[in-house]
Design a protein. Sequence first.
Length: 274
Amino acid sequence: MSVAIGVLIGLILGLTGSGGSLFAVPLLSIMLGLPIVDATGIALGAVSASALFGIFQRSVSSNSTSEIAWVPALIILGAGVLFAPLGRWLALSVNDLWLLAGFSLLVVWISIRMWRQANMNPEAAVAVRASQGDEQSQAPTPYCQRTGKPWEIGSACVAVSLAGGVATGVLSGLLGVGGGFVIVPLLTMVAGLSMRQAVASSLLIISMVSASGFFSYCYFNGSVDVWLLAKVAFGGVLGMLLGGRLINRIDSVLLQKVFAVMLILVLPVMWLKA
């Protein structure tokens, strides 16, 4: 069952390039009966492994390392890695029902945002997918969108990116989410990156921030079901490979809408289970 959950999570990641953790938490909670604190911890480990594999996939198909905007990526990554343990500590201090409520509100907001994006900006639905074919991109040249100049220490864009990294880290540790819904808009609207460049950069950030949250979970929890994590992560890799084969056969806009609806549908089941 845990491998099947991983396959479904990886399939979603392979087809959409994001959202795996949003399904990982409810599936681990509903189908395996894990408390939400443990479900979010295992989800962080699986998401980190899947994001790393996603980087490998993109490097094979489109030389993703040349698409990574290192300066803004490292700023967001650094803040996220530092603050993910705080989010994990908060998760242990909050009642499970409050955690579930916070996770539910986040899922509803992301689902609405995805549905609106599919209607208003369908090109982005294509760009965020994990596999991008053979298309090559220019190396990113990030400019601060507030000043129109290259990034400088102390600039408004650095401050905004640091704040976004802090939010990403806290939410990742607290709710077990990868944070792509925060990272990608930051990179496109603040650093001025194309969607392809933002996704390549966000995979690096998600992998490291999720790893920080997962290791914090291991530290605070005292132990972790390594076998369960290995099975979910293995299933995730299989799912991403399957998603890569199906990606050009499925309408991306319809897929994003279906994904948004499915996210909403799992919430009542989680509450009934709780």
